[in-house]
Design a protein around this ligand. Structure first.
Ligand code: COA
Length: 260
């Protein structure tokens, strides 16, 4: 039987996905990527799941990057396919139609930082360390790091991190906007659950449309993005949840959203 490196449980509508291979600090080998891909396919088809948290097994690492043991097998021609596969899976996570939070409990290096960056929100434990060390191996980030990092923190800081392998701690990651919250060691998943529950109390269609407008709009001109915002708002205004939200406000009671 294939070893399981990715596990998930559902607690109160939140799927907690754990990448669990502590002997390699949860490095992403081919089997882990396949299992992560399958996990997100299954979660996508599960209506019970209202949001996803991704974390790493053990106390030390979120994900310490792609599995370097596999690099020697990949030569020039194979690199495009090798990278495209990881990129496709990370794109799928980024486009997941419900919120995804990274609970970064330790090292988030290379593919680990790239995985965190394709999540909607990052919460870091204070022992977390972020970086893109690929140039040490004579390669560049290949699961989206050259694209998502500068979009999140600006090109100058991204180049400093990627060119010089500048590692940054949780507080610095917070200061530059790479993570949204820093919590004590061991608390990242709990904090992510707290935030997810708050998000889940809102209208799910509104959250889905806000995610779509933000994610897809980032690759558009301002005018195109504003048009997309209008279309997404049209979906919200066509929903029962919009009427429920307005009525609840006017009747001074909490809204009970049904996601339709
Ligand atoms: N791929 C494969 N194995 C990895 C790995 C990776 N990306 N990252 C860590 N490991 C393995 C180590 O080889 C070691 O295995 P061993 O016990 O069989 O020797 C084990 O995980 C523990 O790592 P170790 O280096 O002993 O821990 P440390 O606390 O001294 O250092 C790191 C931790 C994360 C700083 C260090 O492991 C590291 O630099 N890893 C590579 C990070 C990287 O370059 N990622 C990008 C890849 S593209």
């Amino acid at each position: 039987m294939e070893k399981q490196f990715v596990g998930w449980v559902i607690e109160e509508g939140i799927a907690i996905v754990t990448i669990d291979n502590p002997s390699s600090l949860n490095a992403l080998n081919a089997a882990t990527l396949t299992q992560l891909d399958k996990a997100f396919d299954q979660l996508a088809g599960n209506a019970e799941v209202k949001g996803v948290i991704i974390t790493g097994g053990g106390e030390k690492s979120f994900v310490a990057g792609a599995d370097i043991n596999e690099f020697l097998q990949v030569k020039g021609d194979g690199a495009a396919g090798f990278m495209a596969r990881g990129q496709r899976i990370f794109d799928k996570i980024e486009a997941f139609d419900r919120p995804v939070i990274a609970a970064v409990n330790g090292f988030a290096l290379g593919g680990g930082n790239e995985l965190a960056m394709c999540c909607d929100i990052r919460i870091a434990a204070e022992n977390a360390v972020f970086g893109q060390p690929e140039v040490n191996l004579g390669i560049i980030p290949g699961y989206g790091g050259t694209q998502r990092l500068p979009r999140l923190i600006g090109p100058g800081k991204a180049k400093e991190i990627i060119f010089a392998d500048e590692r940054i701690n949780a507080q610095e990651a917070f200061r530059i906007g790479l993570v949204q919250r820093v919590v004590p060691k061991g608390q990242a998943v709990e904090e992510a659950k707290k935030l997810m529950k708050k998000i889940m109390s809102k209208g799910p269609i509104a959250i889905r449309m806000a995610k779509k407008a933000i994610n897809e709009g980032l690759g558009m001109s301002l005018r195109e993005g504003l048009d997309l915002e209008g279309q997404c708002q049209g979906v919200c205004f066509g929903s029962e949840d919009k009427d429920e939200g307005a009525k609840a406000f006017l009747e001074k009671r909490p809204a009970h959203f049904k996601g339709r």
